[in-house]
Write a protein of this length. Structure first.
Lengths: 258, 799
């Protein structure tokens, strides 16, 4: 469902000159599976997912989502994915219902079908008690639910979640994780970025550890545990990244503190 | 590709969003509804206050005034001496030195003080007159009294003087008048003693004083005329003796036989024709201002930009939806403002029957056609502003930044509005294609149309078409902004100038950026502007001949102002000087084309220019004056070719086809780069005719530089083109007289004119060359391209 080969993205930055946010990254994700993209802040996770959602254009390389090339058919790609991140906010002057309705219409879902689907999503995500509240007056949890409802309204085969639980309290985070888990059962191809290990252990079928724009290791969690002889995922993650930074000659503490 | 459904959905959403925003509604509806009635009330009060403002005039020596004709009646001037309206006299209050009905003892100290001050002023004036006379007599024995000192004293004394004007009638004035009236004939050679004339003191910089003075002096002039009339009567001269040209009656001061054909509505139309376009322009802009910030920068600020970008709508659809929303609000704002103002005006005019203050303004309602004209014009106007403000607002990171970016637009539009509403600016072909100015002038003339002497309707189509063109360009620009990742995902970090400079100098890239190209151009323009003053000095230097001064200043301009900034920036900011300035050896065919193509194109461009002569405004006489010495046949041809051909060919090519074109074409969009660099090249030439010509040349030169990968063909082209122009002025007449040459070219009073055959040959030759330029590929080695445009290479490889 997602096929990424040699994906590269370069930005020019005033502080650091040309920055390669993503260097020659390749991976693939299948339907019915959750693919976890693990990495510290600034590793290139968001850039990678933005490239997949066609919001950014790759500098080099190739990516195919649901059978469509992200450069050649961006509209088709966007029609077949649901994308949610910390940066995909909710409109202040729209109610929960209107927001989802608006996107449903943009996706071109027939009205009857859309209303039925919207009712269903509002039911399962327990959003009926705030369906007429404007975005400006919603809590963070409510907004997150609206975002999820927005990503699901057109029943896309591919779902991309960029740190969907960041900034949420335990209760809401749990319900988001549960929702994602249920989506896998529906046979969706899900790609999911995070730096929280518990979420990875709970959800991911496949993981790729990414740092400084490069994939350091990839496979199932079990495969990684065996490969690096480390049963604790958090420790494994830390060592991978620490080793990577030492080989690159960078000071880990300095990097993380900046 | 574009789906109208998506545009409609986005449009509908944005509209709803805006209607839920109280600020937008306030700006669009509430403000105009409150503003104009409020302003109306304010204006009413102002006029009432203003008309009751009395001006005080101190009359000294009023007892020296003759009994007949009488100038003063009580505390007022005689009503009949007010030429415009007898009511005007009501606002002039006279303080008389010797009041007839007042006891000397009753005069309060305040008046005494006032009179004393007035006397002091008159004394100073007389002192000044004495100095004037003294200087005129060139008396060298006495020590010179200080004129400046007296003038200074006079100014200080008047500043603390509470009244507005002082009139002084010297003793013996009545005697003088009586003699004047009764004398049979003027004594020949008699010099009137200047000290017998009245003195008037006022301050022209003080508005009240100025106003009172104007009325006072017109009264005195009428009084003067009355004296002449009386004397003529005493001498039994006919009345026409005084006014041979126009019969003038003292009462109304009208010049008979002079007929003002303007009717009241026309006077009003004249006022409305300035007022409505100004209001319409400013209100459509204001109406576009706030929604565009909200829809552009606001989207980023509230973190919904990415949400929108991942929707299935294409970016062009998003921009179009937003554009239509802003357009609607801009139009509505303008309409509500005009409506509210119209209703207020209607109400005030209907009230005018009761208020004399309003009657004075003589306003009637605007003609109904003006509302139709405004209804049509508001659409292209709003379209242009909406697209421009959307592009600027998209560029901004936050709403605050959006306001910063939009303010210059506001200022420029206001400047253009003031320009097109100033008297004397007419709707000409050239003015009609300037953005905002064209629409403003057209609207002005449409409102005036019944009395306008310009055939307005001819202009409607060109103005509308060019405005639509500008709107489309602005819209394209807005869509362009939505395609730029660095604009959409700009991090809100503070601008650190030091860091930025370090970045510029340290992380050099082989080619300049488009931003740097624009800075280079701005530097050239600013230096050009600053150098005007410098050259002015050179022209006025009597030791240098006019022609030499011009040649020198042009050479300096080319070297210091055009070439140097580009070369300097190239050295400092890029890592490959050679590639930035295209210092490569071109293929032979491009060299040949650089020499041949201008020979083909020059007759065509000269013919085109002579056809378009009517379109451009005439050169101001000052510039003509400067250019005149250039056609002096004694000027050395080598000097002329050097300054007009060689230097521009080198310097302008380095700047425009070197640094600037390299900057624009860096991201691989060569078509846009050529057009942009040509546009800037045109703008640099300042004079409208040359701007147009240089733009066309710039297109060819840009294409040539891009295709050949070298600066040389362009330099050759530029040199040959300019040199031909210079030399053609020097070709002896006999050359054109020869039979064979007259087949191709003739000379007449307008310069050269080319025969159809020559033009045909040139068109075919030039056309073939340009076609070849357009279809052939760029002569840049693939290795170079890969470094410069990695993006475009990877894309083409895929296809």
């Amino acid at each position: 469902m997602i096929e990424v080969t040699g994906l590269t993205k370069t930005f020019s930055d005033i502080r650091r000159g040309d920055v390669k946010a993503l260097k020659n990254v390749s991976f693939s994700a299948k339907a019915g599976q959750i693919f976890g993209l693990l990495g510290p802040n600034g590793a290139g996770k968001t850039t990678c997912l933005r490239l997949l959602s066609t919001v950014l254009r790759p500098t080099a390389g190739h990516a195919e989502v649901a059978g469509f090339d992200v450069v050649k058919h961006p509209e088709q790609v966007r029609a077949h994915i649901g994308f949610m991140s910390g940066n995909t906010g909710v409109y202040d002057r729209m109610s929960a219902w209107e927001m989802v309705e608006y996107f449903g219409r943009l996706y071109g879902i027939p009205e009857k079908e859309r209303i039925a689907r919207q009712e269903e999503i509002f039911e399962t995500l327990q959003m009926n008690d705030f369906r007429d509240i404007l975005g400006a007056k919603m809590s963070t949890g409510m907004k997150q639910k609206v975002s999820i409802a927005r990503t699901l309204i057109h029943d896309p085969p591919v779902l991309i979640f960029d740190e969907p639980t960041s900034g949420l309290d335990v209760l809401v985070a749990r319900s988001v994780i549960d929702a994602i888990d249920r989506l896998r059962e529906q046979g969706k191809c899900i790609i999911f970025s995070t730096h929280i290990m518990r979420e990875v252990e709970r959800l991911c079928d496949q993981v790729a550890v990414i740092d400084k724009g490069e994939i350091l290791a990839a496979g199932t969690l079990d495969e990684l545990r065996q490969q690096f002889q480390q049963p604790d995922v958090e420790e494994l993650f830390y060592q991978l990244i620490a080793n990577n930074r030492i080989t690159e000659g960078a000071d880990l503490h300095k990097e993380t503190s900046s | 590709m574009m789906q109208s459904r998506n545009v409609r959905l986005i449009f509908a959403r944005e509209i709803r969003d805006q209607f839920r925003d109280r600020r937008t509604l306030f700006m669009m509806l509430i403000l105009p509804l409150l503003l104009y009635p409020g302003m109306g009330v304010g204006m009413l009060q102002m006029t009432v206050l203003f008309s009751h403002q009395e001006r005080e005039i101190v009359v000294l020596g009023n007892d020296h005034l003759p009994e007949t004709p009488r100038l003063i009646d009580g505390n007022r001037f005689e009503k009949r001496f007010f030429s415009s309206s007898p009511d005007a006299g009501e606002s002039l209050h006279l303080v008389l030195e010797t009041a007839p009905d007042e006891e000397e003892a009753d005069a309060d100290t305040e008046k005494k003080d006032l009179l004393a001050q007035a006397h002091h002023l008159v004394e100073l004036v007389r002192a000044k007159h004495r100095i004037d006379r003294w200087e005129a007599s060139e008396n060298e024995t006495e020590a010179p009294p200080k004129l400046a000192q007296v003038e200074q004293n006079l100014a200080t004394a008047f500043a603390s003087f509470p009244a507005d004007v002082v009139i002084y009638f010297p003793p013996g004035f009545d005697e003088f008048v009586r003699e004047y009236l009764t004398q049979d004939r003027p004594d020949e050679g008699q010099v009137i003693d200047q000290s017998i004339r009245p003195i008037v003191v006022y301050n022209g910089a003080d508005e009240g004083s100025q106003l009172a003075y104007r009325q006072t002096i017109s009264v005195l002039e009428q009084y003067d005329r009355e004296l002449t009339r009386l004397r003529a009567k005493n001498l039994n001269l006919p009345e026409a003796f005084i006014d041979p040209l126009f019969e003038r009656r003292l009462q109304d001061g009208d010049r008979h036989h002079v007929e003002d054909t303007a009717q009241e509505e026309q006077h009003s139309a004249n006022i409305w024709s300035r007022f409505f376009p100004t209001l319409l322009i400013l209100m459509t802009l204001t109406g576009a201002f706030y929604p565009s910030i909200d829809l552009g920068a606001g989207e980023k600020e509230r973190g919904t930009m990415e949400t929108l970008l991942i929707s299935p709508a294409a970016r062009s659809e998003i921009v179009l939806g937003k554009f239509l929303t802003i357009l609607l609000f801009s139009i509505l704002t303008a309409i509500f403002n005009i409506l509210s103002m119209g209703i207020t005006a209607f109400y005030m005019i209907s009230m005018a029957g009761e208020s004399p203050a309003l009657k004075m303004m003589n306003l009637t309602l605007p003609p109904f056609t003006s509302f139709i004209a405004m209804g049509v014009m508001v659409i292209p106007l709003a379209a242009m502003f909406s697209a421009m403000s959307l592009a600027l607002a998209t560029f901004a990171k936050s709403t605050k930044e959006g306001q910063y970016y939009l303010t210059p637009l506001m200022i420029v539009v206001m400047g253009l509005t003031v320009f097109c509403m100033s008297p004397g600016v007419e709707l000409t072909p050239f003015n009609s294609v300037i953005p905002v100015v064209g629409l403003g002038l057209l609207l002005k003339n449409l409102i005036l149309s019944p009395i306008s002497d310009i055939d307005v309707f001819v202009y409607i189509l060109p103005v509308l078409l060019t405005s639509i063109g500008y709107s489309l360009i602005a819209l394209w620009w807005a869509i362009e902004q939505f395609h730029r990742e660095e604009v959409l995902f700009r991090e809100s970090e503070r601008l650190d100038l030091k860091l930025w400079f370090q970045h510029l100098l340290r992380e050099k890239e082989p080619l300049p950026t488009s931003g740097e190209a624009i800075i280079a151009f701005a530097t050239i323009m600013i230096m050009q502007f600053l150098s005007f003053g410098l050259f002015q000095g050179l022209f006025s230097d009597p030791n240098v001949s006019k022609a030499d001064a011009i040649l020198q200043s042009l050479a300096v301009q080319q070297l210091a102002i055009i070439a140097s900034p580009a070369l300097f920036m190239g050295l400092m900011l890029t890592s490959s000087f050679r590639r930035t300035f295209r210092l490569h050896a071109p293929r032979l065919k491009w060299v040949a084309m650089g020499i041949l193509l201008p020979i083909f194109l020059l007759p065509l461009s000269m013919t085109l220019q002579s056809y378009l002569h009517w379109f451009f405004p005439e050169l101001p006489p000052r510039i003509k004056e400067i250019l005149a010495p250039m056609s002096d046949p004694n000027l050395s041809l080598i000097k002329l070719v050097g300054v007009f051909a060689l230097l521009p060919a080198l310097c302008e090519e380095l700047a425009f086809r070197g640094f600037i074109l390299s900057g624009f074409s860096r991201n691989g969009r060569t078509g846009v780069a050529v057009v942009f660099s040509a546009l800037l090249f045109g703008v640099m030439h300042m004079i409208p005719q040359q701007v147009f010509n240089a733009f066309l040349l710039g297109l060819v030169l840009g294409l040539l530089a891009l295709r050949s990968g070298s600066l040389l063909p362009g330099v050759l082209f530029h040199f040959v083109n300019n040199a031909l122009g210079v030399v053609s002025e020097r070709i002896p007449q006999e050359f054109f007289a020869a039979e064979t040459t007259s087949w191709f070219v003739k000379v007449n009073e307008n310069g050269l004119s080319f025969s159809f055959i020559l033009l045909l040959i040139c068109s075919v030759g030039g056309g073939l060359c340009i076609r070849h330029l357009i279809v052939s590929g760029n002569d840049v080695s693939p290795a170079l391209t890969e470094q410069v445009f990695p993006e475009s290479v990877s894309e083409t490889a895929e296809e």
